[in-house]
Design a protein around this ligand. Structure first.
Ligand code: COA
Ligand code: MG
Length: 301
């Protein structure tokens, strides 16, 4: 008899379709974040917090994290960048709290990553929190591959498109052509190191159509989801970055056909007029797993 059909499972993907920045200085927003249908939140101590509000914001974020209530949303906190007066204290304050990850802004060098991991370790972090690296400067983009492999705690890359546009002296244009090289470099580096990849924010809050287009573009480039600045954009991001039902159905049919072909000892076959190889089965498996994770997220609230 032939071997039982197998599709190597890539592991269940955590949905990260919508990742909302929440200013750490805004207590109302911190409370509201626990009720919103986003997959993840980034409680922010960096650019959305004015210098004079940095310390109260840190205290408010520490309190909010300690109080909990964010699950099932993934809970990330963005600290101030290395070289600012707040960086080390932000990290130290978070080291022993139950966050899922720490977002480091303006990462450019291996030291930026390793020093942050070191400060967390020295501050008593028991399980090393995941590190998310924001790539938002020319040096960051050029070093993305190196940075993605800088430390075993690195879990994802975040495109910082507002800073990057400024640094490049580029312009915000609807198709984001000036950023395409950088966006692809970020996705390439993330995939090369099996990390998650999050697209940058869309600044025009009233521009629903432009937002939907940018989401589709980010999805087509390979991003797992989009970082957001306002709750009203969550649903559209959730829609854009979820596999649509017809894709999931096609993936299920492909997996069934793949299993049958494998049971007959075949490694390639034609399905719906297209050549199917193991790579297609793996991708179908990933889509079905992601759809399942999204369905249980929706059911679980
Ligand atoms: N996270 C959580 N809740 C948010 C939110 C956010 N990012 N943005 C707005 N809200 C809440 C508001 O508190 C308000 O809550 P309420 O219904 O309980 O009153 C509700 O959503 C509607 O907000 P709205 O009045 O439309 O917006 P606003 O004027 O309060 O805030 C911004 C607009 C842009 C200032 C705000 O969305 C914001 O600060 N976004 C994040 C910016 C950021 O983090 N930038 C750094 C990363 S690029
Ligand atoms: Mg930035």
């Amino acid at each position: 008899m032939s071997e039982p059909p197998t599709v190597p499972s890539p592991g269940v993907e955590r949905p990260r379709r919508s990742v909302l920045y929440v200013p750490g200085s805004n207590t109302k927003a911190l409370a509201k974040a626990r009720t919103l249908p986003c997959d993840a939140v980034i409680l922010d101590l960096e650019d959305s917090v004015a210098p004079e509000a940095k310390e109260p914001a840190r205290r408010a974020v520490v309190e909010a994290v300690a109080a909990g209530g964010f699950a099932p949303r993934e809970l990330l906190v963005r600290v101030n960048a290395r070289g600012t007066p707040w960086h080390r204290e932000d990290l130290a304050a978070l080291a022993r709290l139950p966050v899922d990850g720490i977002v480091l802004p303006k990462v450019e060098t291996l030291e930026d990553v390793r020093e942050a991991a070191g400060v967390l370790g020295a501050s008593g972090a028991t399980a090393a929190p995941a590190l998310w690296l924001t790539i938002e400067t020319p040096r960051g983009v050029l070093a993305a591959d190196l940075l993605a492999g800088a430390h075993p705690s690195v879990a994802g890359l975040v495109a910082g498109t507002s800073d990057l546009t400024k640094e490049l002296r580029a312009r915000h244009v609807p198709g984001r052509e000036p950023l395409l090289h950088a966006l692809s470099a970020i996705v390439l580096a993330a995939r090369a190191h099996s990390l998650a990849a999050l697209d940058g924010v869309h600044l025009a809050l009233e521009d629903e159509e432009g937002f939907a287009t940018a989401c589709r573009q980010g999805r087509d480039l390979g991003f797992d989801g989009k970082t957001l600045i306002h709750p009203r954009t969550i649903e559209a991001a959730n829609r854009a970055f979820a596999p649509d039902p017809s894709e999931v159905e096609a993936a299920r049919r492909l997996l069934a056909a793949w299993s049958a072909a494998r049971a007959e000892g075949r490694g390639v076959f034609v399905h719906d007029g297209r050549l199917v190889e193991e790579l297609h089965a793996r991708e179908a498996d990933r889509l079905v797993a992601l759809a399942g994770a999204i369905a249980s997220r929706t059911a679980g609230g």
